[in-house]
Design a protein around this ligand. Structure first.
Ligand code: HEC
Ligand code: HEC
Length: 348
């Protein structure tokens, strides 16, 4: 982001001096340039996506948010991005094992939570999409999700004067096109940063970050047993791994679906362990309703196969004290201020 701010600063100085010399550019004047603060949380790596070619402004964020919660992005105007990615569920879909789209059609995968996306190197459980700005085309066109095409969406939005105003504020004129829609959505999603859990406060030495003995013991268990894949501070290394889930009738091949490589069979993107209190059910197909089921899986449910991660071959056994300590630690990763953040809620 630093680079983005610097570039933005150079651009604005350059354009300011240019525009004082020539007559003012009406497009430029119309853009609300108020910058949104995107702060890299203390101790976190530089994000992968830095809004470099995407204007970071309040107007763009608000436009992205309106689009995200707008059911007109679906064929029958019933489903928005926010239907499957709910704010109170850390932008996952609470209580739905697999996603529900238009006309209650079912997908085969669990809607992932959306936060800290700028650090993701790829998207979807199988990494089938590699850029946050091109990602929305998939749910929009997917027949079991929104089942709509961009031409229709642009026609629908163009008939709405509020959108004309918002596109003008964000982009300088009222042209509504897919590139602007995607970039504004990326702007909104990129701002969904969750970094205020008890764990974060503990790491930063802030008030509210006092860990109990139980939580600290759980932290050590996490470091020993889980951190190689669910790596701090994002609680994922964003790699693809087979964590030994027994195949189901869907027989989702995971990463191999994209790479066609036998070595990638049943590998899925490692999900974050942040905000688990809000995002159940768990795993790519939502097969586990709660964290006890997840730990039962790691303890005794590992399915042996050629691509299983070797470190999971004998499972992860914990006694009951260790289990409750680990659960106490995982509980410190929930960020209530994120799910309640008024900036991220559906606009009235
Ligand atoms: C019908 C439910 C549904 C709708 C509607 C929907 N999504 Fe999703 N979303 C999903 C599912 C399921 C996945 C996982 C897909 C996969 O792995 O194949 C997903 C994945 C994603 C991801 C990738 C997250 C990650 O961790 O890799 C992003 C970002 C996303 N959706 C944003 C959006 C946006 C933006 C919209 C609206 C344009 C949208 N979604 C509409 C269900 C939905
Ligand atoms: C070898 C890598 C690896 C290790 C070690 C590992 N996991 Fe996972 N974990 C994964 C992968 C990969 C997934 C996603 C699997 C899928 O959905 O197909 C996952 C999924 C999960 C989920 C589901 C999250 C969600 O949003 O659906 C939880 C919870 C979880 N792991 C907790 C743990 C805990 C706790 C430990 C340590 C006791 C641990 N994992 C150890 C790789 C690992």
């Amino acid at each position: 982001m630093k680079k983005g701010i610097i570039i933005a600063a150079i651009l604005s100085i350059a354009s300011a001096s240019l525009f004082t010399a020539c007559k003012p550019d009406p497009d430029f004047d119309a853009v609300k340039t108020e910058e949104l603060s995107f702060k890299i949380p203390q101790g976190w790596p530089i994000p992968y996506y830095q809004f470099e070619n995407n204007k970071v402004s309040q107007a763009n964020f608000e436009l992205g948010r309106k689009l995200f919660f707008d059911t007109r992005l679906s064929k029958d105007n019933t489903i928005s991005c926010g239907s499957c990615h709910q704010a109170f569920s850390a932008f996952a879909q609470l209580d739905h094992a697999v996603s529900h789209g238009v006309q209650d059609k079912l997908g085969t995968r669990n809607s992932p939570a959306l936060f800290n996306l700028n650090w993701h190197t790829s998207f979807f459980w199988d990494g089938g999409v590699n850029h946050i700005e091109s990602q929305p085309i998939n749910p929009i066109q997917n027949p079991v999700e929104m089942d709509e095409n961009l031409g229709n969406i642009i026609t629908k939005l163009s008939a709405d004067n509020t959108y004309k105003q918002m596109f003008t504020s964000a982009w300088g004129n009222d042209t509504i096109n897919s590139q602007r829609i995607f970039k504004s959505l990326a702007m909104f999603m990129g701002m969904l940063v969750s970094s205020n859990s008890k764990y974060d406060k503990y790491k930063r030495g802030e008030a509210g970050g006092n860990m109990t003995a139980e939580e600290l013991s759980g932290y050590e268990i996490y470091k020993a047993k889980c951190s190689s894949c669910h790596t701090e501070p994002l609680f994922s290394d964003f790699s693809y791994k087979n964590n030994g889930l027994p195949p189901t009738s869907v027989n989702d091949s995971g990463r191999a679906h994209i790479t066609r490589a036998a070595a990638d069979m049943y590998k899925f993107k490692v999900p974050s362990l942040r905000n688990l209190a809000y995002t159940m059910p768990f795993m790519h197909d939502g097969r586990f309703d709660n964290l006890d089921r997840v730990l039962d899986h790691y303890a005794g449910g590992i399915h042996q196969s050629p691509t299983l991660e070797p470190q999971l071959q004998n499972g992860i056994q914990l006694n009951s004290q260790q289990r409750s300590d680990l659960l106490a630690f995982l509980n410190t990763l929930n960020d209530e201020s994120f799910v309640k953040d008024s900036r991220f809620q559906q606009p009235k």
